[in-house]
Write a protein that binds this ligand. Structure first.
Ligand SMILES: [Zn+2]
Length: 87
């Protein structure tokens, strides 16, 4: 009878430990799951005005198969007006 109590106790402790470990590993996964910021922190140059800025702050434009980034929407529009024909 005593053995059974120890078995139940051991099982309960096992369950608690398992739950704690599971939660800890889930938190770890969540932390590393965050989007990699480094790639977006790359400094790039505006092809129109020449200003340097972080890519994540830029305005993206696909032009002739290349992705260009501008410091602002107005630079993008000026670039488009300059390099795309409106026949
Ligand atoms: Zn600009």
């Amino acid at each position: 009878m005593r053995l059974l109590i120890y078995l139940i106790l051991g099982y309960l402790i096992y369950r608690v430990v398992r739950t704690v470990v599971k939660q800890a590993s889930q938190q770890k996964v969540r932390k590393t799951d965050a989007p990699p910021l480094q790639a977006d922190d790359v400094m790039i140059q505006d092809p129109l005005c020449g200003i340097y800025f972080a890519r994540r702050d830029g305005v993206a434009l696909t032009h002739e198969g290349r992705t260009l980034y501008f410091c602002s929407e107005s630079c993008k529009e000026k670039f488009l007006a300059k390099y795309t024909r409106t026949d």
